[in-house]
Design a protein around this ligand. Structure first.
Ligand code: FE2
Ligand code: FE2
Length: 306
C-alpha cells in the first residue's frame, strides 16, 4: 500500500445511521479528533477556506505543544486541525516526558488569551483550492473524556503499551487534568499515535452515543500474529475482548477502556487494495461477498452521497 493508499494512521470512517439522534460527549466518549497539518501557515489557509465556506472556526489557539483550530462537521463531531510541532519537549526534557504535572502558562489559559486577536487571525486571501502544503496527514490525536484519569493511565500503559508523554491541565478548563499518551521510545513520540483524555473525576455525565459522536477508536497492529499476542495480553489482564472479526480490509478485535470507551486493534493488512485498484479507491460501492447477492436492493435503499 503506497503513501496515498489509505495507510493506517490516516483513516476516518463513518457509519450512516439514518435518523440517528444526536450524541453528546461525556465520560467514556470522544470529545474531539485532531487531524495533522504541516505548518501554521497551512493551518491559517484552512481557517480561511472553512470560514469562507460558512463553517465557524475557533483558533488558532496556542496549545504549547501544537497550535489548534476547532470546528464541527454537519453532525456536530468536533474536529481540530493541529500543527505537527513544536512537540511535547518544549517544557520537559525529550527523554523524560510525562513525569510531572505541568501547569500551562497564563497566556495559554482563557483569562490570559487575547481572544479578539485570535479570532481575527486568518489568511488574507481566499483559498479556492486545497494546495499540497495543506494536506491533512492523518490523525494528530484523539481526545476523550474519562472519570478516573489515573485508572485510565494505568490501562493505556499496561494494557496497550502507550506511554504518558504529558500531564497537564485542560487549557480551556484549568480545574481539570489533561493527560497525553503516545507511542514513545524515551526519545521521540510516534506520529498518529497520541490519545489524550480530559479528566472529569467522578463525573456521571456519561457520553451519549449517536450522530456526531465517535463510535470507537482503532489502534493498528502489523500482523494477525501480533494481534493474537495483543489479544492474549488483554485477556491475561482480565480485559473482556472479542474474537477476531474479519473486516475484509483488516481484521479486528474490540474491547472497552475502564471508562467505557470502545477500542479496537486492527491489522494493517490486507488493506483497501484487496478488492479494487489502489488508484480507484472509493469509486465503487464495495460489499462483502455474503451481501453481494442483495446488491440491487442495497443500492436502491442507500441514500446518495452528496
Ligand atoms: Fe485536541
Ligand atoms: Fe473500526
Amino acid at each position: 500500500m503506497g503513501r496515498n493508499g489509505g495507510r493506517p494512521g490516516t483513516i476516518l470512517t463513518f457509519f450512516e445511521w439514518a435518523h440517528a439522534r444526536r450524541g453528546h460527549w461525556g465520560v467514556g466518549g470522544v470529545h474531539h479528533l485532531a487531524l495533522r497539518v504541516g505548518s501554521p501557515e497551512a493551518q491559517l489557509n484552512w481557517k480561511r477556506r472553512l470560514m469562507d465556506a460558512g463553517v465557524p472556526v475557533s483558533g488558532p489557539l496556542d496549545r504549547g505543544y501544537f497550535t489548534s483550530l476547532y470546528f464541527a462537521d454537519p453532525d456536530g463531531q468536533v474536529l481540530e486541525i493541529a500543527t505537527a510541532g513544536p512537540g511535547y519537549a518544549i517544557d520537559e526534557p525529550p527523554d523524560a516526558l510525562g513525569r510531572r504535572l505541568i501547569a500551562p502558562p497564563a497566556e495559554r489559559l482563557p483569562g490570559g488569551r487575547n481572544e479578539e486577536a485570535i479570532a481575527r487571525r486568518t489568511h488574507p486571501e481566499p483559498i479556492p483550492v486545497i494546495t499540497p502544503d495543506m494536506t491533512l496527514d492523518g490523525i494528530h490525536h484523539i481526545t476523550g473524556i474519562t472519570d478516573d484519569i489515573e485508572l485510565a493511565s494505568d490501562f493505556y500503559e499496561r494494557a496497550l503499551g502507550l506511554r504518558l508523554v504529558k500531564k497537564t491541565l485542560n487549557q480551556d478548563d484549568e480545574r481539570t487534568k489533561h493527560y497525553f499518551w503516545a507511542r514513545y521510545d524515551g526519545g521521540s513520540v510516534g506520529q498518529h499515535s497520541a490519545l489524550t483524555l480530559f479528566g472529569w473525576e467522578g463525573s456521571r455525565h456519561i457520553a451519549r452515543p449517536g450522530a456526531g459522536q465517535t463510535h470507537h477508536i482503532a489502534f493498528r497492529t502489523e500482523s494477525p500474529e501480533e494481534q493474537a499476542e495483543w489479544r492474549e495480553h488483554l485477556l491475561t489482564l482480565g480485559t473482556d475482548v472479542t474474537t477476531v472479526r474479519d473486516r475484509t480490509y483488516f481484521e479486528s478485535i474490540y474491547f472497552h477502556a475502564p471508562d467505557g470507551l470502545l477500542l479496537e486493534i486492527a491489522t494493517d493488512g490486507p488493506g483497501f487494495g484487496i478488492d479494487e485498484p489502489v488508484n480507484e479507491l472509493g469509486a465503487a460501492l464495495k460489499l462483502p461477498s455474503w451481501l453481494e447477492p442483495q446488491r440491487p436492493m442495497i443500492e436502491r435503499t442507500l441514500a446518495p452521497l452528496r
